[in-house]
Design a protein around this ligand. Structure first.
Ligand code: FE
Length: 255
C-alpha cells in the first residue's frame, strides 16, 4: 500500500520529532501493509517552512537509515503547502515540491476554518502550469463542511482531493466521519492517505480505514484508491468520476 501524506521526516514539523520516532512510525507503517510513503512536511502554514532542496536531502537520509535498519519501506519526497499567493512563483524558484517530484501533482492545504477568496483562481493557475492540485483533508475544513458546494465547484473544475484515513475511522468525530463518506459517495474524493504525525494521537489508521471502505463500498473502491495513489507517485492520470453535489438533509415527514 502507498501512503501519500505523512509527517515522517524527523525534526522539521509537528510530525516525528527525531530519528527514533521516524523509525518507529516506519515500523508501524510496514505492519499496516504500507511499503511506500510520500513524506509531506508542512510548508508555509504559519509555523513551518520546508523547501524542496532540504526535503529531498532529508528523504535520502531517512531512506539510508531504513536500509540500515532493514525496514522494508521506501520514502518519496513531497510537501504539504498551505495555500498562498506566491505558490507558483515559489514552484519556479524550486521551493515548492510536487508529489514525488514528478511535476504533476501538488498538495494544497486550506486553513482549517475557511477557504480563501483567491482559491479558485489560484487552483486554475496551478492547472495552467500542467499541475493538478490535490486538496488535502477537505473533510476537516469547517467551511467546506458547512457548504460542500464550494468543494464540488473546485473538483468540477479539475482539482482532486485527499481524505484522511482517520476521518473514516471516526478519530475526528462523527460529523467528519459522515462527511467523509458523503465525499466518497459523491465522487468528491480520489485519494485516501494517513496524514500520520506519530503513532498515538495522529496515527496511520490506513489498514482500519481500508477495512471500513471495503465493508461499506466493496473492493472496487479499495482498488480505485490504491490505483490513484500509484498514479500520483508515477505522475500518471488519476481515475475520476463526474462529481455530484453532496445531498442536503431532507426534512423528515414532509412527504
Ligand atoms: Fe498533513
Amino acid at each position: 500500500m502507498i501512503d501519500l501524506h505523512c509527517h515522517i521526516l524527523p525534526g522539521i514539523d509537528d510530525g516525528a520529532q527525531n530519528m527514533d520516532e521516524s523509525l518507529h512510525m516506519a515500523r508501524v507503517a510496514v505492519s499496516e501493509g504500507i511499503h511506500q510513503i510520500v513524506a509531506t512536511p508542512h510548508h508555509q502554514n504559519g509555523r513551518y517552512t520546508n523547501e524542496k532542496e532540504d526535503i529531498m536531502k532529508r528523504v535520502e537520509v531517512l531512506n539510508q537509515k531504513l536500509d540500515q535498519e532493514k525496514i522494508p519501506l521506501k520514502i518519496l519526497p513531497g510537501q504539504e503547502s498551505r495555500i498562498y499567493g506566491e505558490i507558483i512563483q515559489d514552484y519556479h524558484l524550486n521551493k515548492v515540491l510536487t508529489l514525488n517530484n514528478t511535476t504533476k501533482y501538488l498538495f494544497i492545504e486550506f486553513p482549517s476554518n475557511h477557504v480563501p477568496r483567491f482559491t479558485e483562481q489560484l487552483l486554475f493557475n496551478i492547472q495552467s502550469e500542467g499541475i493538478t492540485p490535490i486538496i488535502v483533508h477537505p473533510e476537516r475544513n469547517s467551511r467546506l463542511l458547512a457548504d460542500p458546494d464550494i468543494l464540488y465547484n473546485l473538483v468540477a473544475k479539475g482539482a482532486l482531493t485527499q481524505v484522511t484515513a482517520a476521518s473514516l475511522t471516526g478519530q475526528f468525530g462523527k460529523k467528519i466521519k459522515k462527511f467523509s463518506f458523503q465525499l466518497i459517495e459523491s465522487n468528491l474524493t480520489h485519494i485516501i492517505a494517513s496524514d500520520a504525525h506519530n503513532t498515538s494521537s495522529r496515527r496511520f489508521c490506513m489498514a482500519e480505514a481500508m477495512n471500513v471502505i471495503e465493508k461499506k463500498y466493496g473492493l472496487d473502491f479499495i482498488y480505485l484508491f490504491q490505483e490513484n495513489a500509484d498514479a500520483v507517485i508515477n505522475g500518471k492520470a488519476c481515475f475520476r468520476e463526474q462529481p455530484d453535489k453532496v445531498e442536503r438533509k431532507k426534512f423528515l415527514g414532509i412527504f
